[in-house]
Write a protein that binds this ligand. Structure first.
Ligand code: 13P
Ligand code: ZN
Length: 270
């Protein structure tokens, strides 16, 4: 079967990177059933032939109007599709969509009529926000990391930057490679526009990763691997914390001075 990826190495590379990340999400145990979703802004890899491709089916309302997305293209995981399947067959478990000129609808252009993720309002609102602020970030990842979600069941950890500081203090790499920390979004209905708005507000508060209370995390990055790595790093800290507690003690954590030193040496924003 022919694919939009044929003879388009740049676009193929983008989609293959998503497939690789999807495999990691499954291996980590973060992607039960259809859990989690990925979207990547692939507009830079789109040529004139793609721009003139007829859509598969009718335009579908996004539920929000997103003025910065006019004519943009995204690879999206399909709703109800499994990450472990996407890892092997990305164009059968995801699709490439085009945002229509009214900025309020999308149309699927390739390869098959795979309906995008139910979290599309959050993903596309975030891409709209990122473009609006001139960011080079192209990838959005939502996933269900076990230990981080478990921590979100403790109200103490939902206070601003309590979890950020705890996770940073477990191992120096976490502050170095997730230097903006972990924002918190209170529980909201999955796939709702309210959740999308709250996610943008949290990202705008200067985070690259935010926790959706009792649900999962939402991360943004220049590409899907960078977004994955930040979630992986934060989760590593959560596991160290859990393991120390399981061994029967409260981990001391790095001191404030030690964390300040990391910020100075790595020239970090916080
Ligand atoms: P989708 O299968 O629609 O992507 O939903 C998975 C999910 O994690 C919803 O929050
Ligand atoms: Zn989810």
């Amino acid at each position: 079967m022919s694919s939009i990826l044929d003879n388009r190495p740049e676009l193929r590379r983008e989609v293959e990177q998503v497939a690789e990340a999807a495999g990691y999400l499954w291996q980590k145990g973060w992607a039960e059933r259809n859990g989690g979703n990925i979207t990547v802004n692939v507009t830079d890899a789109v040529d004139d032939e793609i721009r003139s491709m007829l859509p598969i089916g009718q335009p579908v309302a996004i539920g929000v109007t997103l003025p910065n997305l006019k004519g943009c293209y995204f690879y999206c995981k399909g709703t109800n599709r499994r990450m472990r399947d996407l890892a092997r067959w990305p164009m059968e478990n995801g699709s490439i969509i085009r945002i229509t000129d009214d900025c309020a609808h999308y149309e699927i252009i390739a390869d098959a009529p795979v309906k995008p993720t139910s979290e599309l309002p959050s993903h596309l609102s975030v891409h709209n926000y990122l473009i609006g602020k001139g960011s080079n970030y192209k990838a959005s990842l939502h996933t269900h990391p076990i230990e981080l979600v478990a921590m979100s069941h403790n109200p103490e950890f939902l206070k601003k930057d309590v979890l950020t500081n705890l996770l940073w203090s477990m191992i120096p790499e976490t502050k170095a490679f997730c230097p903006r920390g972990l924002g918190i979004v209170p529980y909201m209905l999955p796939s709702s526009v309210e959740l999308a708005d709250a996610t943008i507000a949290a990202l705008a508060d200067d985070y690259d990763v935010v926790m959706w209370e009792k649900h999962g995390v939402f991360a943004v990055g220049p590409d899907i691997m960078e977004a994955f790595d930040m979630v992986d790093t934060l989760t590593k800290s959560a596991i160290i914390y859990r393991d120390a507690r399981a061994m029967g003690f409260d981990p001391t954590g790095m001191s404030q001075e030690q964390m300040k030193e990391i910020s100075t040496v790595f020239k970090l924003p916080k």
